[in-house]
Design a protein around this ligand. Structure first.
Ligand code: NAD
Length: 277
């Protein structure tokens, strides 16, 4: 199975499908990431706040996979926006790495108004080789515009909540107009909704002999979105990677797009409501 590579606006490439480790127990992270690497994943999405960077690092070291074949993302937590250089050093230490492939500002926290300062520091960290690429997460258009006004570096990605119940096409088009790739967090609705039971999902699942989760991952991939579903179950980790043996038709894609519930479909916090905590 070959995972497509997506070219970023700084020339680097990212595997379109990865493994996310939000809420993966730090004690189980090493074995689960090792399992993901064994299955074939090469892109791991973690964050300082997940508390499991050490486990990710141990799995990378044990896997024996050459560092340049891996794509590792971590994120700057909200209370470190004025202290990004030290925060990245701590993450690198925990990961046991000299550099990450992608470093993200986790949330803009607009009420605190430090994200521009953090972005300027991330540019320096990229130039110093501590991260190959830099991007943002949970940024709204106005936050991106502020970075654009005061710096000449566009984020390579914006990682936002995105799944069939929350699609936000207008915003996604605006991000793409700025050459920013979209990463979907909560791509399966975090397993909290009834999305897996919708006929628009179950019918193609039945037709292609795959699971509802595989149909949703495929829908993201065919929308050119970067996606890294999380599971702590080895069989599901394998299942979520096995999504290259079928293709949704245009009508099936459109039917899933029709499930959009707009803001009502949001499962997490709105970015403007998240502040330093
Ligand atoms: P997700 O949408 O990937 O859902 C994960 C849940 O879906 C699992 O806990 C399980 O309940 C279910 N699931 C997974 N595979 C399944 C399968 N094959 N069959 C049935 N159910 C299955 O949610 P997520 O973990 O929140 O998002 C993915 C990744 O995005 C995270 O691990 C993390 O890396 C990232 N993330 C980032 C932010 C951010 O603010 N930037 C926030 C949340 C998550």
């Amino acid at each position: 199975m070959t995972v497509p590579m997506i070219k970023l606006n700084d020339g680097n490439c990212i595997p379109q499908l990865g493994y996310g480790v939000f809420q993966v127990d730090p004690d189980k992270t090493e074995e689960l990431v090792l399992e993901a690497l064994r299955v074939g994943y090469r892109h791991i999405d973690t964050a300082a706040i997940y508390g499991n960077e050490e486990g990710v690092g141990r799995a990378i070291a044990k896997s024996g996979i050459p560092r340049e074949e891996l794509f590792i993302t971590t994120k700057l937590w909200n209370d470190r926006q004025t202290d990004a250089a030290a925060a990245l050093d701590e993450s690198l230490h925990k990961l046991g790495l000299d550099y990450v492939d992608l470093y993200l500002i986790h949330w803009p926290c607009p009420a605190n108004d430090h994200y521009l300062e953090a972005w300027k520091e991330l540019i320096k960290l990229r130039d110093a080789g501590k991260t190959r690429s830099i991007g943002v997460s949970n940024f709204e258009i106005e936050h991106l515009e502020k970075l654009e006004t005061y710096t000449d570096v566009e984020p390579v990605v914006n990682q936002v909540e995105l799944h069939p119940y929350l699609q936000r096409w207008r915003e996604l088009d605006a991000f793409r107009a700025h050459n920013i790739q979209i990463e979907a967090w909560g791509p399966l609705g975090q397993g909290k909704s009834d999305i897996f039971e919708q006929p628009e999902i179950t019918e193609p699942a039945h037709k292609y002999g795959v699971s509802p989760a595989q149909v949703i991952i495929r829908w993201h991939l065919q929308n050119n979105v970067i996606v890294f579903p999380k599971s702590a179950t080895p069989s599901r980790i394998a299942e979520n990677f096995d999504v290259f043996g079928f293709e949704l038709s245009e009508d099936e894609m459109a039917a899933i797009t029709g499930l959009d519930r707009g803001e009502e479909g949001r499962g997490g916090s709105h970015p403007n409501d998240v502040n330093v905590s």
